[in-house]
Design a protein around this ligand. Structure first.
Ligand code: ADP
Length: 254
């Protein structure tokens, strides 16, 4: 459902993503973990067709994210970083707009929008301008728009960013509820989120995968048997230096 094959992306001299490959299938909730600047958002933007890789192939449900962008994006819901960009629109209008762009019409459009707004627990905020909403409601407005067309694949960049603990629980419950029928990739800094909802954790640093296992498998690698310990061990200063040394060895002419 989600396939990343040897993805590479540079920004000027920065090698943001450095030969990254993985696949995820229906029923999986995969966490993309890594320190700031590791390449998580860049990877997600390539998978969603928002950014072209320098090399490698990203595909969604078998459709190339660049060459078959429309087909790939119709199978995909994407929650990008940040909030919806239309402050004067209400979440209801924003969700309906997303559905209209995807070809929904009439009662089917209205029903799908109301279901998504309900699932994102928007309540009365669904009818207020996005610009006047709290960060948590803005985030959930974007989530409602991302899930409204019931896509097979969801790519969610820090879905619980800015939410209070109750709202976090609500979004995690929604992800768990949708998980059996979908392939879900999330990025997060919250290790408790990985344990709560993810079936698999991919750790990246310096644009490369340094671990790809279950949350329990990741925990078992840490000296203190904790996710935080495993994360520190894989992405801490000495681990990053090791990745940088390996990258410079690869770039050296033979
Ligand atoms: P993460 O999401 O893991 O924090 P990003 O994918 O945002 O990491 O960034 C990876 C690297 O690429 C960082 O060094 C970041 O500064 C750089 N980067 C990301 N987007 C851009 C951009 N549009 N222009 C220049 N550099 C970028």
């Amino acid at each position: 459902m989600i396939d990343a094959h040897d993805l590479v992306k540079h920004f000027g001299p920065t090698r943001a993503v450095d030969g990254l490959s993985f696949s995820a299938v229906k029923g999986e909730v995969v966490a993309l973990l890594g320190p700031n600047g590791a390449g998580k958002s860049t990877t997600m933007r390539m998978l969603t067709g928002c950014l072209e890789p320098d090399s490698g192939i990203a595909s969604i449900c078998g459709y190339d994210a660049v060459r078959a962008r429309r087909a790939a994006q119709s199978a995909l819901g994407y929650l990008p970083e940040g909030a919806p960009a239309y402050p004067a629109m209400t979440p209801r209008a924003f969700t309906r707009f997303h559905l209209r762009v995807r070809g929904f019409k009439g009662q089917a459009l209205r029903d799908a929008a109301e279901l998504a707004l309900e699932r994102a627990r928007m309540g009365d905020a669904a009818g207020r301008p996005i610009g006047m909403l709290s960060k948590g409601f803005k985030r959930r407005a974007a989530l409602a728009a991302a899930i409204a067309h019931d896509p097979a694949v969801l790519i969610l960049d820090e879905p619980t960013d800015g939410l209070d603990p109750n709202q976090k629980d609500g979004v995690r419950a929604l992800i768990r509820m949708m998980a059996p029928d979908k392939t879900i990739l999330i990025s997060t800094h919250l290790l408790d989120e990985v344990e709560a909802i993810c079936t698999r954790a991919i750790v990246i640093t310096g644009g490369r995968i340094v671990s790809d296992t279950t949350p329990a498998g990741l925990i078992s690698t840490a000296p203190d048997q904790s996710l935080a310990g495993a994360f520190r061990m894989l992405t801490g200063h000495s681990a990053e230096q090791a990745v940088a040394r390996a990258a410079s060895r690869r770039k050296r002419p033979s």
